[in-house]
Write a protein that binds this ligand. Structure first.
Ligand SMILES: *[C@@H]1O[C@H](CO)[C@@H](O)[C@H](O)[C@H]1NC(C)=O
Length: 494
């Protein structure tokens, strides 16, 4: 058994199911075999990486990433990361596969056309492997009729919105989507906030002249998210269709999701570092700096809210921890956070601040450094479950010899880096800030490997991957439980 391309030795290999000392042999971009330490001679491979006791994990899978999107959300904001800069940032933070969005505006009837456009933007530009979720803004006859073709093209998920004027769907439109998705084995991701209620709240605040960034949180209290989450669960139960509620921030929304799961419904949930590390006090940073942390739903009140989200990650309520990377420049007066400043509104208007925070590169290091999850759970929510839910498993999300791509994130031996502060100058995105500036870290990926190629080598050149090495990955059906096919009526009659 020789002729491997790469050996990773002396690592503590952590997957969602096991933690053990193995050496890993890689050939032709795949995991070839795992062996007890020292069994594979160093001479059996062209290159050897000594992990020196550091964790070796399946490459991160980030399934909530906005890149190079047209402006659909109202306001002037425009993504500052392209597929090139976003995926560059991704590999430097240990994430080897991303799923970005292919957004359909209300004026475009065809999803296939949107998919083709998005392919053209990503092709030959990515450092990571990648796929797309369809973002459905116009679920008309044509779009719904294209679902079977989407599956043939390797797309098995879509996202819809219960808010944002340009994208908000009515409940009956959501039922149309759920029914068609269920039929084709597509997972529906839902942004659950009640758009009508938060528009009303916004109007009332503005009538009183309350415009500062911090009122973004006031306009979207937890109950706005909780109500919509509960409604999304009800609609999914009616259609017996699997859903994932994206970027859950509120403990009460999480509790509803937990109850639905306990009842056996195929209801999945996602949260993000914003809801573990930021609070609404960050929206009140002096000058206009609070705008840096404006995202929806907003960061919540206190450490108690963070604790509830951590608990939900540990106890299985949250299936995945994604970044919701949504990059806007801060200083940019044309397309960034500051585009809302004007003479008439010197402190801006919270309702028009481009919504979103960057985080594709910081997701893994922040979460691992916080040391609040068992290691296997960390791998499960940052890689394995995302691969399972979105039809990438076991090619991605695990280390299965003969089957999985050789995508690895190799960390420093625990304690080696000491403690250091995160700062934006360490990052490789095209954004002039990180909302997590100053957070204490004790880990960072030392090497990132994508299909057997080292693409990030922190001590040996940093970014060493090449733009265009990343490939589109055709996805299959979710391998997590789907429709229950029971109940007192049969949705197939519709
Ligand atoms: C699991 O976490 C969720 C979300 O915080 C919480 O609502 C639920 O009570 C927790 N369940 C248990 C059994 O601790």
């Amino acid at each position: 058994m020789d002729g491997f391309d790469l050996l990773v030795i002396n690592g503590l290999v952590v997957t969602a199911s096991d933690t053990a000392n193995y050496d890993i042999a890689i050939k032709d971009g795949k995991i070839a075999l795992l062996a007890p330490p020292g069994v594979l001679g160093k001479e059996s491979a062209k290159r050897v990486i000594d992990a020196e006791g550091g964790y070796v994990m399946p490459g991160g899978v980030d399934t909530h990433v906005h890149l190079e999107e047209p402006a659909l959300f109202g306001g002037k904001g425009r993504s500052s990361d392209t597929f090139e800069t976003g995926t560059r940032s991704s590999v430097c933070g240990g994430t080897t596969t991303i799923v970005a969005f292919a957004p359909q505006a209300k004026t475009i009837p065809s999803l296939l056309a949107v998919l083709e456009d998005t392919h053209a933007r990503a092709k030959d530009n990515c450092y990571t492997d990648y796929s797309f979720h369809m973002l459905v803004g116009h679920p008309g006859e044509q779009a719904l009729s294209e679902f079977p073709r989407l599956r043939e093209l390797g797309i098995s998920s879509l996202k819809i919105y219960m808010t944002y004027e340009a994208l908000q769907l009515r409940d009956d439109q959501i039922l149309d989507i759920l029914l068609a998705s269920r039929r084709e084995g597509i997972t529906t991701m839902i942004h659950a906030e009640n758009g009508d209620v938060l528009n009303w709240m916004t109007r009332k605040l503005e009538e009183r002249g309350l415009y500062a960034p911090k009122y973004h949180a006031t306009s979207r209290p937890q109950i706005v998210e909780t109500e919509a989450t509960n409604r999304a669960i009800a609609l999914a139960e009616l259609m017996d269709a699997p859903i994932l509620v994206v970027h859950v921030s509120s403990p009460s929304a999480a509790a509803h999701l937990r109850t639905a799961q306990t009842r056996g419904l195929p209801v999945y949930a996602e949260t993000c570092p914003q809801y573990l590390f930021l609070t609404r006090a960050d929206l009140d940073r002096p000058d206009f700096e609070g705008a840096k942390c404006v995202c929806s739903p907003p960061p919540r009140e206190s450490a108690a809210d963070h604790d509830a989200i951590w608990l939900g990650l540990a106890n299985g309520t949250f299936t995945v921890l994604s970044s919701d990377h949504c990059p806007f420049m801060y200083e940019d007066r044309e397309q960034g956070k500051k585009s809302i400043l004007s003479d008439a509104f010197p402190e801006g208007r919270f309702s028009g601040i481009p919504n979103g925070c960057p985080g594709i590169e910081t997701r893994l290091a922040l979460t691992l450094s916080a040391n609040r999850l068992p290691l296997q759970k960390f791998v499960e929510v940052t890689s394995t479950n995302a691969a399972r839910l979105y039809g990438l498993y076991p090619t991605k999300g695990t280390i299965l010899p003969g089957v999985s791509d050789a995508d690895l994130t190799i960390w420093y031996p625990p304690g080696r880096l000491g403690s250091f502060k995160l700062t934006n100058s360490m990052l490789h995105h095209n954004v002039d800030y990180t909302p997590f500036e100053g957070v204490e870290l004790n880990q960072w990926p030392r090497w990132t490997i994508l299909r057997g190629q080292v693409v990030w080598d922190r001590d040996g050149g940093g970014l060493v991957g090449k733009k265009g090495y990343g490939q589109f990955v055709r996805r299959g059906k979710s391998t997590l439980p789907g429709p229950r096919k029971s109940g007192d009526w049969d949705v197939s009659v519709f």
